[in-house]
Design a binder for this molecule. Structure first.
Ligand code: ADP
Ligand code: ZN
Ligand code: ZN
Length: 738
């Protein structure tokens, strides 16, 4: 007979695995249920290996015979790592995105915790000069300029520097640091807190009327759930509004979570937050090392960091006393995870705010159509900042009609003249071309052969400086052909224009001006984007040329001319969101012009000067542009008027994905109250990295209906005979159809 105990004996554990359910385990010998609570990590035997799981509940009974249950191997925490709020947020996300709870919970944890490390703030190595090093005159290092530069950096710095900070400020510093260490000038310490404090401070400018109204609306919403859409043109002073909201929250002894799209944005925004608030700020983004990230996470959780700034996954950070969530550039696509656990951080944040009964502010100059629609429906409170703050005026925007114009390496005469003019005035110029590499491909002038990727339905991109042809989809690469593989001709020419080629042309045309190229190739090294942006800020580079990396929130006060070299790229995309994206991108880039004293000018090169999209943009009227797009979407029954999910499948043969999706469709249409199923159709790029891809679109007029359908349908799909022969996934609220 079994002894009956008052305490539950079964632990239900979520384990990262493709299986949707939790798994039952027994308590380890010598432990009582009083030592365990949901949100703690346990080490458990799983199949033939061991895994780390998270306890989601305790129970008296298991469906599995007690004798067959395995005991937990080890309890890893003394207290729950994940607060009840985060646990229930994860449960919601697991249901909403139809993704296994074990995977979702694991995704909320920093890597080191996922690997079983103790949840303790531990030291991070920091480097500083000792007394001897501080006394050295850098001039004595004449023959070792890199050592001199690093010594100077350390002498100027008021505090010891972490590896991350050194990465940002000094490329390849480790080898040089070793020399300084050998000379006995440097000491290494373990620093247990990496919270940043301000070195310079700034105070609030007097706010204008629109900013005041915005601040009031947010202050008014504190302490209850409300989503506010802060819809303010670029340069309208949204950041000042964030500051005011954060100040108020901190005064109440609460914490603020700020989500930003990408790491490129963080340094400037972080600097501004640091300058305004003399409080510890926890940073959470993927460029941090695992240790630093764990420390930030723990400090947010313990309530030691009043301000938390992070990218997408930071939305799941446990925060002791959360008072507000701010999402900067809410329209940005990087908030949506595109693989694995395909969540949208903005939508998760809204859910989180609702659970916590706090406001969430979505800021953007170009709000997503989803958010605008929600605002128009009254679900979000719409706050508008219609004018640029301070003295800065709107830039003047003009279209340059390229039809029948002679182009010089992609530049019209008018564009070149304008560049010259602004440079002559001592201003900086920003040129936008959303295509990296030298040219989109290589063509044979004799037979028309084009360089094609062997594994994808895509052209190979020509990277001239690295002498490579490279596929941007599967990363395969090869040396540039010297002869046409079809006809043997040696007359192979670059076709079209990328940033590398544009930079080369600009170098020839403006030899006396420094050109800075910013794209993923030129910023591959850690910290190089920051270094380049710093040069621009200091006024060193006069011509700044780059891809969409440049569109993101950077404040470049000396840029007076923005040139968009090819606006036609996005006008006729396959994806129904292509025009929304292109409009947002152009407006964001244009917003970099004239943010300082002088008025800005924006020139847009196009072959389609009558296009309504472009004309909405020159009228500075994103709202009108967005209204037109919303009307189109409503007529075409597309999001945000419909709720969608995308079932994707891929395999090494062309037929399998299609057959799997057809079978899935057949299973679906038989269900009661089925959602609409459209397809299957091949993906826009059918073959990628050697695999064929197809998709089935699931649509419903109501969200609940979509989810009810998915709940019944998805479990059936894993039973389909073809399910094991293809790789398939479901993407709820899919953002990209490529
Ligand atoms: P946004 O985030 O909306 O693009 P920012 O917050 O970066 O705008 O503000 C743009 C510039 O205007 C910044 O240099 C900021 O310091 C300045 N600014 C903001 N609000 C005011 C104000 N009320 N008066 C004067 N300058 C302001
Ligand atoms: Zn040829
Ligand atoms: Zn490829």
């Amino acid at each position: 007979m079994q002894t009956v105990s008052a305490l539950p004996r079964i632990l239900q554990v979520a384990i990262p695995s493709p299986l949707p359910q939790t798994f039952d385990y027994r308590l380890p010998a010598g432990h009582s249920a009083a030592q365990v609570a949901p949100g703690m990590r346990v080490r458990i035997p799983f199949g033939r290996s061991e895994k780390i799981g998270i306890v989601v509940a305790l129970a008296d009974e298991s469906r599995i015979d007690h004798a067959r249950l395995k005991p937990v191997l080890e309890l890893l925490d003394q207290e729950p790592l994940l607060s009840p709020a985060i646990q229930s947020l994860a449960q919601w996300a697991s249901r909403y995105y139809h993704y296994p709870i074990g995977e979702v919970l694991s995704a909320t944890l920093p890597t080191l915790l996922r690997q079983g490390e103790p949840a303790r703030v531990t030291g991070e190595k920091v480097w500083s000069l000792n007394e001897a090093g501080g006394a050295i005159d850098p001039a004595t290092l004449k023959r070792a300029p890199r050592q001199r530069a690093l010594l100077t950096l350390l002498q100027k710095s008021q505090k010891a520097l972490s590896a991350h900070e050194l990465d940002l400020q000094f490329g390849n510093w480790r080898a040089i640091m070793r020399h300084l260490l050998d000379k006995g000038w440097v000491e290494i310490q373990q620093q247990t807190t990496l919270l940043t404090t301000a070195t310079e401070s700034s105070s609030a400018p007097p706010l204008n009327a629109a900013q005041h109204a915005a601040c009031n609306a947010i202050h008014h919403a504190l302490g209850r759930f409300q989503t506010l859409l802060l819809d303010g043109v670029t340069g309208s002073g949204k950041t000042e509004v964030y500051f005011s909201a954060v100040e108020k929250v901190l005064q109440e002894g609460k914490q603020a979570l700020i989500l930003v799209p990408e790491i490129g944005l963080t340094p400037q925004l972080l600097k501004r937050f640091q300058a305004r608030f003399a409080v510890p700020i926890a940073l959470l983004h993927s460029a941090l090392n695992d240790r630093a990230r764990l420390n930030s996470w723990l400090q947010a959780r313990a309530g030691d960091a009043p301000i938390i700034i992070g990218t997408r996954s930071a939305v799941f950070t446990p925060i002791k006393n959360l008072g507000i969530i701010l999402i900067d550039e809410e329209h940005d696509l990087s908030f949506k995870q595109q693989e694995g656990f395909r969540y949208h951080a903005r939508d998760v944040a809204i859910r989180r705010a609702q659970q916590a009964a706090i406001p969430v502010v979505l800021g953007s100059a170009t709000p997503s159509l989803e958010s605008l629609h929600n605002a128009r429906q009254g679900r979000f409170q719409h706050i508008i900042l219609p004018e640029r703050a301070g003295n800065a005026a709107h830039p003047q925007i003009r279209l340059l009609d390229l039809r029948q114009q002679k182009l010089n390496e992609g530049f019209s005469t008018a564009m070149l003249q304008a560049i010259q003019h602004h440079l002559d005035n001592g201003q900086q110029v920003l040129l936008f071309l959303n295509r990296r590499g030298y040219a989109p491909t290589l063509i044979c002038h004799d037979c028309g052969w084009l360089a094609h990727c062997q594994r994808c339905d895509a052209h190979l991109i020509l990277h001239k400086s690295r002498r490579l042809l490279r596929c941007h989809h599967c990363d395969s690469q090869r040396r540039i052909d010297s002869q046409c593989p079809d006809c043997g001709s040696v007359d192979l020419r670059p076709l079209g224009q990328g940033t590398e080629r544009a930079a080369e042309a600009l170098g020839e045309r403006f030899p006396d001006h420094e050109i800075i190229r910013i794209d993923r190739d030129s910023t591959r090294r850690k910290g190089s984007l920051q270094a380049l942006l710093k040069q621009v800020e200091e006024g060193r580079g006069q011509i700044l040329l780059g891809t969409q990396m440049l569109a993101k929130g950077h404040h470049l006060p000396n840029v007076t001319l923005v040139g968009i070299l090819d606006a036609d790229q996005g006008l006729f995309g396959l994806d129904f969101r292509a025009s929304e994206r292109m409009g947002q991108l152009i407006i964001q880039v244009a917003g970099r012009a004239g943010r300082g004293e002088s008025r800005g000018e924006v020139l847009i090169q196009t072959h389609h000067p009558e296009h309504p999209l472009l004309n909405g943009i020159i009228a500075h009227d994103y709202s009108r542009f967005a209204s037109e797009l919303l009307t189109e979407r409503s007529q075409a029954l597309l999001p945000p008027f419909r709720h969608i999910a995308l079932l994707r499948a891929e395999a090494s043969s062309r037929e399998l994905p299609n057959e799997f999706l057809s079978a899935a469709r057949e299973a679906g249409v038989q269900l009661p109250n089925a959602a609409e199923l459209l397809g299957p159709i091949p993906a826009a790029m059918e073959r990628r990295a050697g695999r064929y891809r197809a998709q089935l679109l699931i649509q419903a007029d109501q969200r609940a209906r979509l989810h009810n359908f998915l709940r019944q349908w998805l479990p059936q799909l894993s039973q389909l005979p073809l399910a094991k022969k293809v790789r398939w996934s479901i993407d709820v609220d899919a953002m990209e159809f490529s």
